[in-house]
Design a protein around this ligand. Structure first.
Ligand SMILES: *[C@@H]1O[C@H](CO)[C@@H](O)[C@H](O)[C@H]1NC(C)=O
Ligand SMILES: *[C@@H]1O[C@H](CO)[C@@H](O)[C@H](O)[C@H]1NC(C)=O
Ligand SMILES: *[C@@H]1O[C@H](CO)[C@@H](O)[C@H](O)[C@H]1NC(C)=O
Ligand SMILES: *[C@@H]1O[C@H](CO)[C@@H](O)[C@H](O)[C@H]1NC(C)=O
Ligand SMILES: *[C@@H]1O[C@H](CO)[C@@H](O)[C@H](O)[C@H]1NC(C)=O
Ligand SMILES: *[C@@H]1O[C@H](CO)[C@@H](O)[C@H](O)[C@H]1NC(C)=O
Ligand SMILES: CC(=O)N[C@H]1CO[C@H](CO)[C@@H](O)[C@@H]1O
Length: 758
C-alpha cells in the first residue's frame, strides 16, 4: 500500500486504490511482476484481471435467457426481454438500471395470413403459391406461433398482379443496366436478389423506376455455396436451407419516421405525417415481400426473355432470364402483402458504473436487443456478451477495490431492426448532454462467425483498437496452434491494411457505415465510435441472417462450440477497451493519426478527383483555390497534432506518476481531445439531410449500409460533371468550393481546440 502524496490529483484517487489493489493482487497471483512501479503497469494489471473475468458459460446462459421466444420491437415478448436484461444487469451489479421509452411508428405483418406470391395462368388457375412460412427445423427452439412468417417491415400493403422482371441485386447500376438492355420495370413486379446493398435502397430504386411490387430472395450463390440439398445446409452447416428467408426493414432513413430530429415522446409534437413519409420516400408505397430460394426457383425458372448478363446469373440450377413475363405469355405473378403501421412503445435499457473521478464523462457501450425472430445472432450474441462485460467489470471492482475513473454507461437499444429507432430517438433527446459528456461509443451488433475479429472505426481510434486487440487471447485453438496467439494476429492476417501504408501493423479499419446503432453517434453527434464483430473474411453478412434459424443452436453447435470462446473474446475486447477509455488520464484518441489520414488519404484522394477538372471546368477554379487552402490547414493540423502527441508522450514517461505535472494540464488535454471530433459536426452542412451532420463521414446514398467520406464535396463534383447548362455548372462549382471550405473550417476548429488563446 502506498502513502505517496497523490491526493491532490484527480486521477491519483484511482491510483491510490490501484496501488492498494496491486499489493493484494501480487499476493494472490504469482505471475504478476513483483513491483508494479508505474501507473500504466497498475492499470494493465487491472486489465489482465478484467480480461480473465469474462466467462463464456455466462454468455451462453444469458443468450438462452434472452432468446426463448421471437421478440420483435413493440411486442409484449420484447418488453419481457427488456425486463430480463434489466434483471440480469441489476443482479450483475450495474447501477441506476432503468428504461428510456419512446412512442414510435412500427410495422407488422398479419401473422394469421402470411404474405405470399402466386403464379397464375391465363385461365386464372394458380400454378404455384408460396405459403409464406419457413418450416420449423428444430422444434425445441423454433416452434413459437408465427415465428416462421416471412415479411419485411414498412412494406406497402396490397395485392398486385403483373409481369415479373429480374433485376439482379437491385442496385442503382442494376436498374441502369436493365434500362440499357431496353427492359422497363414500370408497372411490373421486380424480383431482386439480396446482397451488396441495403434492402430499403433496392426497394426505393425499384419504386422510383415505376415497379408495382418487389419480391426479394436470397440466392444460393450467396447463402448456400456448398449446395442446396439438406445435407449441405442448416442444421448440418451454417448455410441457409431452401425454406429460409431474410426478414428486415425497408424504411429509408433512421429513427421514428414521424419525428425526424426530435425525440418521439408522447408530449412532443411530431415533425412529419405518414403522408409526408411516403412522399419523401422514407416509407415505400409498393408491396414488398421476401421469399425463400425454394420459392424463387418456382418463379424464376418460369421466366421468359433473354438470358441474364453472365455476371447476373445466380446459383439456382437453370439459366436465369430477365423477363419481362413468363414463358407462357398469359401467366402472371401475383403478390399479396398485408402490413400495418402502428404506434407502439419501445424501451431502451440503460445502466451505469459510475466513475470515481470524472463521473460526467461517459464511455458508452451499446447493442440492440430487438430481433426479427429469436435473434440469437443478430443481435443477442452482442446482448448476452454486453451483460457479461458488465458483470466482469463489477467483479473486477469487487476483487480489486478498483473503480473506473470515468463513468461506463451501458445501453441496450430497442427497435434497431425497424430503422435504428431506439438509439436515434435517444440521441435526439440527449443531444446536448451526450455532445458534452460522451468520450466514445463502442458498438457490437452481431457475432456470427469464428473466422476473424473486424472493426470499423475512425483514424483517431486506430492505435488504441489495435493495441487492445493485441492484449486479447485468440479464442480459436486452431489459430493459436499456428502461432497466432492474439485476436490481433488473426485479424491483421485476415484483413490486412491497405489504406494505411504509414502504419504497417494496422489491419484494414473501414469508416463505420450505417446499419447499426453507432451510426447516429458518429454522423449526428461527432462522437468517436468503434463498431466491431467476429465475421467471415469473404462476406460481411452470414447465410442465416434475419432468418427463423437464428436460435442458440447455431452458436452452440456450429460456430462457437468451444464454450463460447469467440463471444468471450469479443467481451474481453469490449471490456478492456472500455476500461482503457475509462481509466487513462489522457483519453487514448490519437489526433496525429487523424491529421495524417486527413492529409495523406482523404484530401489526397480529393485532390486526385479535382485536379482533372482543371481544363474542362473553369467553374471549378474557386474550388481548386479552396482546396489549396484546405491542404495548407491540414498540414498545419498535422504539425500541431504532432506537438500535442509529443506532449502527451512526455506526460506518459515510465514511472511518471502525474504528481510532478499539474493535473490541470492533463485533464485539459483530455477534454480537448474529447472535443476534436465534434469540430467536424456542422448542422448546416447538408440542408437536404439534416441528420447527416458530419463533414467527413456520412452514410452512402447508394447503400445505407456503407459509409462515404466527404460526401457533400463528392456530390458537388458529380453535380458539376453532370451539369448540362453553364448556369448549373457555375452553381455546382460554387457548392463545391463551399463544401471544401466547410471541411477546412472543421480542420481549423480542430487545430484551435488545442490552443489556449483563440
Ligand atoms: C464461468 O461461470 C460458470 C457459472 O456461470 C462457472 O461454473 C465457471 O467455473 C466459470 N468459469 C471460469 C473459468 O471461471
Ligand atoms: C409452409 O411450407 C413449409 C415447408 O414446406 C411447411 O413446413 C409449413 O408448415 C407450411 N406452412 C403452412 C402455413 O402451410
Ligand atoms: C462443403 O462440402 C464439402 C463436401 O461435402 C465438405 O467437405 C466441406 O466441409 C463443406 N464446407 C462447408 C463450409 O460447409
Ligand atoms: C434443380 O433444382 C430443383 C429444385 O431444387 C430440383 O427439383 C431439380 O431436380 C433440379 N434439376 C436438376 C436438373 O438438377
Ligand atoms: C468454426 O466455424 C466453422 C463453421 O464456419 C465450424 O465448422 C467450426 O467447427 C467452428 N469451430 C469452432 C471451434 O467452433
Ligand atoms: C499517436 O500516433 C503516432 C503515430 O503512430 C505515434 O507516434 C504517437 O506516439 C501516438 N501517440 C500516442 C499518445 O500514443
Ligand atoms: C459462411 C461463409 O460465408 N463462409 C465463407 C467464409 O470465408 C471462406 C473463405 O473466404 C469461404 O470459403 C466461405 O464460403
Amino acid at each position: 500500500m502506498t502513502t505517496r502524496p497523490l491526493a491532490l490529483l484527480g486521477f491519483a484517487v484511482v491510483a491510490i486504490v490501484c496501488f492498494s489493489f496491486a499489493g493484494k493482487y501480487h499476493n494472490k497471483h504469482a505471475s504478476v511482476p513483483a513491483k508494479l512501479k508505474t501507473f500504466d503497469d497498475i492499470r494493465l494489471s487491472i486489465g489482465d484481471h478484467l480480461i480473465k473475468s469474462v466467462n463464456g458459460t455466462n454468455i451462453r446462459q444469458n443468450l438462452r435467457a434472452i432468446t426463448p421466444e421471437p421478440h420483435v420491437a413493440g411486442t409484449a415478448a420484447n418488453a419481457r426481454v427488456a425486463d430480463t436484461i434489466s434483471r440480469i444487469w441489476k443482479a450483475n451489479g450495474l447501477e441506476n438500471v432503468h428504461f428510456v421509452e419512446y412512442d414510435v411508428l412500427l410495422s407488422y405483418p398479419d401473422y394469421k395470413a402470411p404474405n405470399h406470391v402466386s403464379v397464375i395462368d391465363g385461365a386464372g388457375k394458380t400454378v404455384f403459391k408460396s405459403n409464406g412460412t419457413s418450416p420449423v427445423i428444430l422444434p425445441s427452439e423454433q416452434s413459437a406461433p408465427g415465428a416462421g412468417v416471412q415479411w419485411v417491415a414498412y412494406a406497402g400493403a396490397g395485392t398486385v398482379q403483373g409481369e415479373p422482371v429480374y433485376a439482379h441485386y437491385g442496385r442503382q447500376q442494376d436498374f441502369e443496366r436493365l434500362e440499357k438492355l431496353g427492359i422497363s420495370v414500370k408497372g411490373r413486379v421486380v424480383i431482386i436478389r439480396y446482397g451488396f446493398c441495403f434492402r430499403g435502397d433496392k426497394v426505393a430504386f425499384a419504386q422510383k423506376a415505376g415497379a408495382i411490387a418487389v419480391v426479394l430472395f436470397s440466392d444460393p450463390a450467396e447463402v448456400a455455396k456448398n449446395g442446396t440439398d439438406f445435407s449441405h445446409t442448416y442444421p448440418s452447416s451454417e448455410w441457409l436451407p431452401s425454406g429460409g428467408v431474410q426478414r428486415g426493414s425497408v424504411m429509408h432513413g433512421n429513427g421514428d419516421p414521424l419525428t425526424p430530429l426530435v425525440p418521439s415522446k408522447a408530449d412532443v409534437y411530431p415533425t412529419r405525417t405518414i403522408e409526408e413519409a411516403y412522399n419523401q420516400h422514407v416509407l415505400p408505397r409498393i408491396p414488398v415481400l421476401p421469399i425463400s430460394y425454394g420459392d424463387a426457383y418456382e418463379v424464376l425458372s418460369r421466366l421468359n426473355g433473354r438470358p441474364v448478363p453472365s455476371d447476373w446469373q445466380g446459383g439456382l440450377n437453370f439459366t436465369y432470364r430477365l423477363g419481362p413475363g413468363f414463358k407462357d405469355a398469359e401467366t402472371t405473378i401475383k403478390v399479396d402483402v398485408r402490413s400495418t403501421l402502428t404506434k407502439r412503445k419501445i424501451r431502451n435499457v440503460v445502466g451505469y458504473i459510475k466513475g470515481a473521478v470524472e463521473p460526467d464523462q461517459y464511455v458508452i457501450l451499446g447493442n440492440h436487443y430487438d430481433a426479427w425472430v429469436y435473434g440469437a445472432l443478430d443481435p443477442n450474441s452482442g446482448t448476452s456478451t454486453l451483460a457479461e462485460v458488465g458483470r466482469a467489470l463489477v467483479q473486477t471492482m469487487k476483487d480489486t477495490q478498483w473503480r473506473p475513473a470515468r463513468t461506463i454507461m451501458f445501453c441496450n437499444w430497442d427497435a434497431e431492426e425497424h430503422g435504428i429507432i431506439g438509439s436515434t430517438e435517444f440521441l435526439e433527446e440527449f443531444e446536448k448532454q451526450l455532445t458534452d459528456r460522451a468520450v466514445v461509443y463502442l458498438n457490437v451488433d452481431t457475432i456470427h462467425s469464428n473466422m476473424s475479429f473486424a472493426a470499423s472505426t475512425i483514424p483517431s481510434l486506430f492505435q488504441i483498437v489495435v493495441d487492445t486487440a493485441k492484449r486479447i487471447p485468440n479464442p480459436m485453438i486452431s489459430e493459436v496452434e499456428r502461432a497466432r496467439k492474439t485476436v490481433y494476429d488473426t485479424w491483421v492476417r485476415a484483413f490486412p491494411g491497405t489504406k494505411t501504408p504509414t502504419y504497417p501493423d494496422f489491419p484494414d479499419m473501414p469508416v463505420p457505415g450505417g446499419g447499426s446503432d453507432h451510426a447516429g453517434f458518429l454522423n449526428f453527434l461527432g462522437i468517436p465510435v468503434v463498431d466491431f464483430r467476429y465475421r467471415n473474411t469473404s462476406w460481411s453478412e452470414y447465410p442465416l441472417y434475419h432468418s427463423l434459424y437464428e436460435t442458440p443452436f447455431i452458436s452452440e453447435h456450429i460456430f462457437d462450440t468451444n464454450d463460447f470462446a469467440v463471444h468471450k473474446a469479443v467481451g474481453q475486447f469490449w471490456a478492456e477497451l472500455a476500461r482503457t477509455f475509462a481509466d487513462q488520464p489522457i483519453i487514448p484518441l490519437n489526433v496525429s493519426i487523424l491529421a495524417e489520414q486527413l492529409l495523406n488519404n482523404y484530401v489526397h484522394d480529393l485532390k486526385g478527383a479535382i485536379d482533372p477538372l482543371k481544363h474542362r471546368y473553369p467553374e471549378a477554379e474557386d474550388a481548386r483555390l479552396q482546396l489549396s487552402h484546405l491542404i495548407k490547414h491540414c498540414q498545419h493540423f498535422v504539425h500541431r497534432a504532432r506537438q500535442v502527441e509529443s506532449e502527451i508522450a512526455a506526460l506518459k514517461q515510465p514511472n511518471h506518476d502525474f504528481v510532478t505535472n499539474p493535473d490541470q494540464r492533463i485533464s485539459q488535454l483530455s477534454r480537448r481531445l474529447m472535443k476534436v471530433e465534434r469540430c467536424f459536426i456542422n448542422p448546416n452542412a447538408r440542408p437536404d439531410a439534416p441528420s447527416k451532420r458530419h463533414l467527413l463521414y456520412s452514410i452512402s446514398d447508394k447503400d445505407s449500409y456503407a459509409s462515404s467520406v466527404m460526401s457533400s464535396v463528392y456530390d458537388s463534383i458529380s453535380d458539376l460533371v453532370n451539369a448540362k447548362t453553364t448556369r448549373d455548372k457555375v452553381a455546382a462549382g460554387r457548392s463545391l468550393a463551399s463544401a471544401i471550405s466547410l471541411v477546412q473550417l472543421g480542420v481549423q476548429c480542430a487545430v484551435k481546440t488545442f490552443d489556449a488563446a483563440i
